[in-house]
Design a protein. Structure first.
Length: 65
């Protein structure tokens, strides 16, 4: 019988990095500056485009995060 995995607080940094199991949902958002650089006045409808420093506010994810 395999030994139970230690609690995350008991794991070393190397163990945490190498643990690729998915125990909870998460979101990764990459890029945001290229669109803003290309369309400084917003999209075709005039909506402001986000960059990484204001992405949460522009997209309206404040309440989710």
């Amino acid at each position: 019988m395999p030994l139970p995995k230690p609690n995350k607080l008991e794991m070393s940094l190397d163990e945490l990095i190498n643990d690729t199991s998915m125990r909870r949902p998460h979101v990764v958002i990459l890029g945001a500056g290229a669109s803003l650089a290309a369309c400084q006045n917003g999209d075709k409808n005039g909506s402001k485009l986000p960059e990484m420093r204001n992405l949460i506010e522009i997209v309206g994810l404040d309440s989710e995060l």
